[in-house]
Design a protein around this ligand. Structure first.
Ligand code: NAP
Ligand code: GCO
Length: 269
């Protein structure tokens, strides 16, 4: 078995990252490629997927684009077969694509609910299930689902997202239980508040940005690239005996129940 830094190499591995045309997915793809993997960049937006590939190739990294809609399960199955036919294997899945709708329950209707559940939960299972086929055949796999702090907590206004992300924990643990004997680990990464397009509507507006900072022990939002280390750990030999785990990368937010700035410590001075 490798030791030290060699535990974290992904040389010889093929990784599929969904929703990787930009944001967290693109950061995951960059990190896995820098660790040595050949990365297959998926996105529903083919132009963004191709641009992301060009960006990685310009840095001498190995990447290709395979655009598809993660909710289109036949397209997912065909894409997985195509990836394996061209690359000979599929070792890692970063199950990342996701959307968010911010509305109070009164206006958060069933169309909103079905849209978020379809992409953030049902398709996450569908993509993992299709990727498990070649992984089972090769007796090796790493499935890493993108969860959220909303997978183990909640806030008003994002009910469908909270439900979907709680479900991601269930899919992670259930698939870990069932796929472990086939040499496949299944884990989740739970990012805190990250500076991506998903949040651009709430950045610089009103108090939300500061509210996040006030509830985060590290007292800031994170850059997407700060998630790469967790992905490389779980995708590599370093994570060989970790499965069914939800690794929070949230600046301490879910470990903390209080405002963390200028709080009354509640102790006699
Ligand atoms: P983002 O900036 O909105 O990027 C999401 C990417 O996924 C976009 O390129 C989007 O393409 C693509 N996508 C959407 N629907 C898709 C589909 N049906 N099939 C394939 N690709 C699809 O979001 P992000 O902030 O990077 O979030 C990525 C993941 O991290 C999501 O699961 C999100 O829930 C999770 N997360 C985000 C944060 C955060 O603070 N940003 C924190 C915790 C967890 P188009 O937009 O062009 O349709
Ligand atoms: C929101 C944010 C969050 C983040 C993330 C936090 O409006 O609350 O968009 O949902 O995207 O999921 O972990």
């Amino acid at each position: 078995m490798a030791s030290g830094i060699e535990l974290f190499t992904l040389k010889g591995r093929v990784a599929l990252v969904t929703g990787a045309g930009r944001g967290i997915g693109f950061s995951f793809a960059k990190g896995l490629a820098a660790a040595g993997a050949h990365v297959v960049i998926n996105d529903i937006n083919a132009d963004n997927a191709n641009s992301a590939v060009e960006s990685l190739r310009s840095e001498g990294l190995s990447a290709e684009a395979v655009p598809f809609d993660v909710t289109d399960n036949p397209a997912v199955a065909a894409a997985v077969d195509d990836i394996v036919a061209r690359n000979g294997r599929l070792d890692i899945l970063m199950n990342n694509a996701g959307i968010l709708i911010r509305k109070p329950i009164e206006t958060h209707d069933m169309d909103d609910w079905n849209k978020v559940i379809a992409i953030n939960l049902s398709s996450l299972y569908g993509v993992a299930r299709e990727c498990a086929r070649p992984m089972r055949a090769q007796k090796y796999g790493r499935i890493i689902n993108t969860a959220s702090v909303m997978a183990i907590s909640s806030r008003p206004g994002v009910i469908s997202y909270v439900a979907a992300k709680h479900g991601v924990v269930g899919i992670t643990r259930g698939m870990a239980s069932e796929l472990g004997p086939d040499g496949i680990t299944v884990n989740a990464i739970g990012p805190g508040y990250i500076l991506t397009d998903m949040n651009k509507k709430v950045l610089g507006t009103g108090t939300f940005e500061q509210q996040v900072i006030d509830r985060t022990p590290l007292a800031r939002w994170a850059e997407p690239d700060e998630l790469q280390g967790a992905a490389i750990f779980l995708a590599s030999e370093a994570g060989s005996f970790v499965t069914g785990h939800v690794l929070m990368v949230d600046g301490g937010m879910t470990a903390n129940a209080f405002l963390t700035q200028s709080v009354d410590l509640g102790v006699a001075s």
